[in-house]
Ligand binder design. Structure first.
Ligand SMILES: Nc1ncnc2c1ncn2[C@@H]1O[C@H](COP(=O)(O)OP(=O)(O)OP(=O)(O)O)[C@@H](O)[C@H]1O
Length: 470
């Protein structure tokens, strides 16, 4: 029902508009690239400093990392990563998180704006490395991939912190006979709970509990119960830090009880979208044609790295099979794969050995691969029984896999019937964004719209008329 998408005046849819020595198999995330100059496929170089001087940008700050008074080895780690200036969340949240007596924190900041470094710097500042094998900071994340990625960030920023040991408490990583012997532990809640119950993980000296993607983690429909149980096993005085790009009101109330008396940094609904991401939608005639349109898109353009989000594991596998049969080189990752396999697929994608990743919501949050210039919502994210309502949070996290730390990127959401179209329109309305329409009947125009963004510099990052943050 392409016509529906063409009807004018629909709100939001404008007609055109392991221990510290990382194991050898682990690939470092994209954290230590030259952060000041960004290369994309077309070698357009743009200075990050322009954005960091723009008060409207979430990357804006008035101070330097030195002014934040971090210990020298940590500052040396930041220098090695070429982090020149803190982003807004880093500059504002760090002094609050590091002050004494320690206070809880609930912190919200747009995708790709450096929340990980903000909480990692806090963890590194608080651990006492004269007791390197005594767990002192616990970081929880919703997926093994995100836990591994955070582990690598701790190791990279902490590379000059003598004796630092960082372990990942994820399925299959810590044997039943070994204990957790590290200063910082990064894990998924189920595995952490098992390790504590089996007395492999001594939590008695933990000073800090950090929950990344906290709205998702505390959601009672998801891992909420596990997170409550983990907290009940920890010292009652522990400092709790909750981070996410999204905190829907319902979960926020819950978060405030989980982390009592917390300092808070919140964003308004219309500040949540990242300006550098041009949000588009593809008006498909019917569901069957979505696949051909996807292949056409890939056949036409050189895109760099991209992620295709689908609803089910089965459709991820099926699209992978068909795209491969049609001569495209793609990878797929979802929860049905066993751990080591998942690690290898993501490592290949990070290193650029594979350029197209088909996945489910398992990778919607947190994954940081700076070369991703396009995200496809092959299926619009939905939630609730019978997929009755659009999932605006997941939409935001999915598209946030591109446009990281001031880079530009494109998201294309596929719609094909009234339900998918109205769901996308509701999401656009919720965030106050105008989506740019793409048509499968005019591939020249489609190609131009996408390429104009991917090739554009940061200066043109407001190609999509997104609402700016205040
Ligand atoms: N101060 C800085 N200067 C330069 N680059 C930075 C800085 N802080 C973070 N980065 C880089 O920005 C990228 C995005 O950071 P990060 O993954 O922490 O985002 P995030 O806010 O956690 O996003 P998400 O909500 O998607 O999880 C990373 O590649 C990180 O290395």
């Amino acid at each position: 029902m392409a016509d529906q998408a063409n009807q004018a005046n629909t709100p939001g849819v404008a007609p055109d508009s392991t221990p510290a020595a990382a194991t050898a198999t682990e690939t470092a995330p994209d954290v230590h690239q030259d952060s000041n100059l960004v290369d994309n496929e077309y070698e357009v170089e743009v200075k990050l400093s322009d954005l960091q001087n723009d008060q409207e940008s979430p990357l804006y700050s008035v101070s330097s990392f030195e002014q934040l008074g971090l210990p020298k080895p940590i500052n040396d780690g930041l220098l090695a990563m070429n982090f020149k200036k803190p982003s807004k969340i880093q500059e504002r949240a760090l002094p609050l998180m590091l002050s004494n007596p320690p206070r809880n924190m609930i912190a919200q900041s747009q995708s790709g704006t450096g929340k990980t470094a903000a909480f990692v710097l806090t963890a590194l500042s608080r651990v006492d490395l004269s007791k390197p094998t005594q767990p002192q900071a616990l970081i929880l994340a919703p997926s093994r991939e995100l836990a591994r990625q955070i582990q690598m960030v701790v190791q990279t920023i902490g590379q000059f912190c003598e004796n630092l040991i960082v372990e990942a408490a994820i399925p299959g990583n810590i044997s039943r006979t070994a204990g957790v012997k590290s200063s910082v532990v990064v894990g998924t809640p189920g595995t952490v709970m098992d390790l504590v119950r089996r007395r492999q993980f001594d939590v008695s000296q933990l000073k800090l509990l950090i929950i990344d993607e906290a709205d998702n983690m505390l959601d009672q429909q998801g891992m909420g119960e596990q997170c409550v149980r983990v907290k009940s096993m920890l010292p009652p005085t522990i400092q709790i830090l909750l981070f996410s790009a999204t905190f829907p009101e319902k979960v926020m109330q819950y978060a405030e009880r989980y982390a009592p008396n917390a300092n808070q940094m919140k964003l308004k609904q219309q500040e949540l979208t990242v300006k550098g991401i041009s949000q588009m939608y593809m008006d498909c005639p019917d569901e069957r044609e979505k696949y051909d349109i996807l292949c056409k898109l890939y056949g036409l353009m050189t895109i760099g790295s991209s992620v295709i989000f689908v609803k089910t594991r089965e459709s991820a596998t099926e699209i992978q099979r068909r795209m491969e049969a049609d001569g495209h080189k793609v990878s797929a990752l979802h929860g049905a794969y066993e751990g080591a396999n998942r690690d290898a697929v993501l490592d290949d994608f990070r290193s650029g050995r594979s350029k197209v990743l088909i996945t489910t919501n398992v990778l919607a949050r947190g994954i940081d691969v700076s070369s991703v210039s396009m995200v496809i919502n092959y299926d619009i994210p939905m939630k609730g029984a019978g997929d009755r309502e659009p999932d605006a949070e997941t939409y935001l996290h999915r598209i946030g896999r591109t446009g990281r730390f001031g880079r530009v990127g494109v998201s294309i959401s596929f719609v094909y019937d009234r339900k998918s179209f109205e769901s996308l329109a509701k999401i656009a309305d919720y965030y106050g964004i105008d989506l740019i329409q793409l048509s499968p009947d005019d591939w020249d125009a489609t190609e131009k719209k996408v390429q104009d963004v991917i090739k554009s510099s940061r200066a043109k990052a407001d190609y999509a008329p997104n609402v700016t943050s205040g």
